[in-house]
Design a protein around this ligand. Structure first.
Ligand code: ZN
Length: 82
């Protein structure tokens, strides 16, 4: 599947307005195929932000790629940068 199958344009339905996510791209749950919006999208975004904070705390800042998370999976402890 392409990225565009999982990330969709923002929605401005009443629930998305109430949840404050009208400026955020919607996400498709890869397991159920349901497109998240409104409060479900708010919970997904909050969980993603929390994961990113915790992962950065573990690896110490950004890595070489935009996500900054590759060092979690790809490096041995004590390995030098470049
Ligand atoms: Zn919506």
């Amino acid at each position: 599947m392409k990225t565009s199958d999982f990330i969709l344009p923002p929605c401005d339905c009443p629930e998305c307005c109430q949840a404050g996510v009208t400026d955020r791209e919607r996400r498709r749950d890869p397991y159920t195929g349901v497109v998240l919006h409104g409060f479900a999208l708010r919970r997904w975004l909050d969980a993603q932000a929390q994961f990113t904070r915790q992962a950065r705390a573990v690896v110490g800042g950004r890595g070489r790629h935009a996500s900054g998370l590759e060092r979690v999976a790809g490096r041995d402890p004590g390995e030098d940068d470049e």
